[in-house]
Design a binder for this molecule. Structure first.
Ligand code: SAH
Length: 439
């Protein structure tokens, strides 16, 4: 077992022995730590005078051995890169976020493994976590004054660092974060819930963003739709409460205003509420209404984008939504209607040089076809219907627009389906069945 510690090197001398890429890479973090570098291609004992630390690499063995021995005899920490037997300290794999440093060590046994562990931590540690630390620093004195007892202070800080102030800082909304922190200080026991409108992507768990994944892991309550599949829900904290609010085309299980009220109510109970939606919350997701409801109720909220269906479907079909010389515009349009009448600007939608992504369009395909062709879009325009796009259950139906319109209603099997229309659809790239080595 080694003893972990962080060294203060500001203004201290550090000896680097050797010449080459490896030793070069050690220099930069030392400079950032404020160290004054003393560099030499070869070792000589006098070089160690006044040094707080020594590192060797890219030098003849004799130099490295001598450096190791002399430094240890003088009690100066020394590391010879890739030579654990010559080291008195180990250099960890490091994750940095402003003032926060996470260091990983396998005790020198498996540096490659340490780097792999580092990568995993990189993925779960939000990029702006340092801002949360800065928030803590900024309010340190105020928190001490307001809550002199350690247990109360600790409980308060835990809530602040998992609640709205921290989340706002993580989202780069520093002024709001400080306001939320101040509000908490003014009323330390008042609940501080928050609503996250999270895009769950098309259904594949690994198409969640890292941010969505983190929030799912930290949620108290998850309010979700029919569109969010089990694979995505499985990523959520196990003991998080789950509330299904349904929503399919014809069957609104819970009216939107009741969903809005539910989100506000849960947040006011002090909960971290993840409102999980298929795709992106702001693309035909009524996320705007939920965000407004939160804002009007004074509830802190954040929006986390997700991979919207059009993007997932196109990627899976290797279909470039914009394509040089073919499509310079991409239009997201809904086929959903209240009364079966499609009230769309067909003249604009029929204009050449664009790709249409039609959401919720299966029930109104005929009306769409009629409107588009009447406005001048050729019935032979390439089209594709994709069901369960971006998931392992994806299905595709390709053909001319008129053929798709005729076949699709019988073809769909009840999953969410998206229609893509435009010349770019004809550019969908067929994949080689066998991946061959380049000649
Ligand atoms: N917010 C969602 C869209 C919700 S509207 C998003 O950004 O993707 C619901 C419509 O989205 C469905 O009727 C269908 O047209 C489309 N859709 C959602 N997920 C889909 C998927 N995996 N495959 C194909 N279409 C999908």
């Amino acid at each position: 077992m080694n003893y972990p510690a962080f060294l203060k090197l500001d203004g201290r001398q550090v000896l680097l022995v050797g010449e080459g890429e490896v030793i070069e890479r050690k220099a930069e973090p030392l400079v950032r730590a404020g160290a004054v570098l003393r560099r030499a291609p070869h070792f000589a004992p006098a070089l160690l005078d006044g040094c707080a630390l020594a590192i060797g690499a890219d030098a003849p063995d004799a130099d490295l051995f001598a450096l190791s021995e002399a430094a240890q005899a003088r009690g100066i920490p020394v590391n010879i890169v890739d030579r654990p037997a010559l080291c008195s300290f180990i250099m960890p794999a490091v994750i940095e976020r402003d003032d926060i440093t996470v260091a990983v060590s396998t005790g020198g046994a498996a540096p490659v493994l340490a780097r792999m562990i580092r990568q995993k931590i990189e993925a779960v540690l939000p990029p702006l976590i340092g801002r949360v630390a800065a928030l803590g620093a900024r309010f340190q004195a105020a928190v001490r004054a307001r809550l002199p007892g350690l247990p109360e202070r600790r409980a308060f800080l835990e809530r602040a660092f998992t609640g709205a102030p921290a989340e706002l800082a993580l989202a780069g909304r520093q002024a709001e974060a400080e306001a939320a922190f101040t509000a908490m200080l003014d009323a330390p026991t008042a609940p501080t819930g928050m609503v996250f409108l999270v895009g769950g992507g098309p259904g594949a768990a690994d198409l969640l963003t890292l941010r969505a994944l983190r929030l799912l892991g930290e949620a108290d309550v998850i309010v979700h739709d029919r569109l969010v599949g089990d694979d995505v829900l499985a990523m959520a904290r196990r003991d998080a409460e789950r509330i299904f609010v349904g929503k399919s085309r014809a069957n609104h299980c819970l009216p939107q205003d009741e969903i809005n009220a539910l989100l506000v109510r849960l947040a006011r109970q002090g909960k971290r509420v993840v409102r999980l939606k298929g795709g992106d919350p702001f693309v035909f997701g009524r996320g705007g209404e939920e965000a407004r409801a939160c804002a009007e109720a004074g509830v802190a909220f954040e929006v986390v984008p997700g991979v919207t269906a059009a993007l997932a479907c196109a990627a899976q079909a290797a279909l470039p939504l914009t394509h040089r010389g073919v499509a310079r515009m991409l239009t997201f349009v809904t086929g959903h209607t209240k009364d079966g009448r499609l009230d769309l600007d067909f003249a604009a939608l029929a204009r050449p040089g664009q790709t249409l992504a039609v959401y919720m369009g299966v029930a109104t395909l005929r009306a769409l076809h009629e409107g588009l062709t009447r406005a001048g879009l050729p019935a032979s325009t390439p089209a594709m219907m994709i069901e369960n796009g971006g998931t392992p259950r994806q299905r595709e139906l390709r053909g001319a627009l008129s053929a798709i319109v005729a076949e699709a209603p019988d073809w769909v099997q009840g999953g969410p389906a998206l229609l893509l229309v435009g010349e770019a659809v004809g550019e969908a790239i067929s994949r080689p069945m066998r991946v061959t080595e380049p000649a």
